[in-house]
Design a protein around this ligand. Structure first.
Ligand code: SR1
Ligand code: MG
Length: 406
């Protein structure tokens, strides 16, 4: 039997031995079974269940390449980052992340709470399900984890120690390539375009000099603006939901970056769900909840941000009158830009979203993608114009009426 003192990638039966040796979570006479359930791009995720008590936990292990492709060589340090960030986020935003039971720096794995009573948000949205607390929970998560890890709140040397701790070069490089470079140039020949939209993308994305220039500016802002400890990959595959609970998972892309990177990712992924719902004529109640959720995500974020600022800001100059609103406006501008970048990269880049790829009807998918891409361009090119949820939603609805297929 393996002794787990030397790193290797575990198989399901070895994970059972691992949890028996390393944790006391299960009873001695537990009847354990284990399945690999991961469907993400990078890691291996195992669920271990005791058939007698029904108790279960998750073991997540990092390999030194991405699960989807050996082309991505990745430090296993990402699982340390994920474990530590989850613990920190759990302190800053209690109840909104899973509990971490153990981090193992030899086996490059962590053992955490099983959330199998929840559903991945993207799956649930694609099924047209409604989650009344979603915007409230996600905005609490973002305001708490972003503002409270920034220079305006933290003692500056302590903040810089966190910047150092969460240097995440390989995973940042993935975003620099997949979000901020390839969708505008296809220089690595990795873009995977829906054939019926290929020409449109070549003309309107690759062919738009002004857009590419803005994308270049945004790339270097992403790389240099160490504003807050961002989740770094806050799309709807990184959120687990059930009726009365929201849990943010997978912060392996975390690093010190622009706050708007997280907020923009949430907004963009809600817009994917809206565009899909729009072109497929989804249930009106669901569409109306999605519209409220898009608006509330922006508006509640702004409201809670200003309230938390009053309560928590410590920096003497940050207390200057009006600086809170100026700072928030810059975060909202970044939010608009990132909303656009995420929407372009998930359609014109390598890593796709099922909201688009599982639209079966070709004309509907063409329309959904073009609604997203046209809105995305507007968010990037006019990023300073959007300060309210209503303004964000209007961009998308206007794009939808331009590509109307009803
Ligand atoms: C090679 S990783 C592709 C994408 O999956 C992750 O979830 C990130 O979004 C990344 O860009
Ligand atoms: Mg992930």
């Amino acid at each position: 039997m393996a002794d787990f003192n030397t790193y290797f990638l575990m198989k399901a039966d070895e994970v059972i031995s691992y949890v028996k040796e390393k944790t006391d979570f299960f009873d001695r006479n537990a009847d354990l079974s284990c399945t690999e359930i991961g469907d993400g791009n990078l890691n291996y995720v195992f669920r271990v269940i005791d058939g007698k008590s029904g108790k279960s936990q998750i073991v997540k292990q990092a390999g030194d390449t991405a699960r989807i492709s050996d082309e991505f060589k990745l430090s296993t340090n990402r699982i340390r980052i994920e474990s530590n960030v989850l613990k920190l986020e759990g302190e800053l935003a209690p109840g909104l992340v899973p509990d971490v039971y153990l981090f193992d720096e030899v086996m490059n794995c962590c053992v955490m709470e099983d959330l199998s009573d929840h559903t991945i948000l993207r799956t649930a949205l694609n099924e047209g399900r409604i989650f009344p607390k979603l915007a409230d929970d996600l905005t609490t998560f973002m305001v708490n984890t972003l503002l409270l890890t920034s220079d305006v709140v933290m003692e500056h040397k302590a903040k810089k120690a966190l910047v150092q701790d969460y240097i995440n070069p390989e995973l940042c490089e993935i975003s620099e390539d997949l979000v901020y470079s390839e969708p505008f140039t296809d220089h690595n020949n990795r873009n995977d375009l829906f054939p019926a939209n290929k020409e449109w993308i070549e003309e309107n994305i690759y062919g738009d000099d002004k857009l590419r220039f803005e994308a270049a500016k945004l790339k270097f802002a992403f790389m240099t603006n160490a504003q807050a400890l961002v989740h770094g990959d806050l799309h709807s595959g990184s959120v687990f939901v059930k009726e009365d609970s929201t849990k943010v998972i997978d912060p392996e892309f975390a690093f010190y970056g622009p706050m708007g990177y997280d907020v923009g990712n949430v907004v963009a992924n809600l817009i994917f769900a809206w565009s899909r719902a729009y072109v497929t004529n989804a249930d009106e109640k669901y569409v109306s909840w999605l519209e409220d959720t898009i608006k509330d995500t922006v508006d509640l974020f702004a409201k809670k941000f200003l309230a938390s600022w009053q309560e928590n800001v410590t920096d003497i100059m940050a207390k200057e009158q009006g600086f809170d609103r100026w700072y928030l406006d810059s975060v909202l501008q970044d939010t608009a830009s990132v909303t656009g970048m995420e929407m372009i990269r998930r359609i014109a880049g390598l890593a796709k979203v099922k909201d688009m790829t599982t639209i079966a009807d070709e004309a509907q998918r063409v329309a959904a993608e073009r609604i997203c891409l046209s809105s995305a361009k507007q968010f990037i090119l006019e990023s300073a114009s959007y300060k309210t949820g209503e303004q964000f939603l209007t961009v998308v609805k206007d794009a939808a009426s331009r590509h109307n297929m009803r």
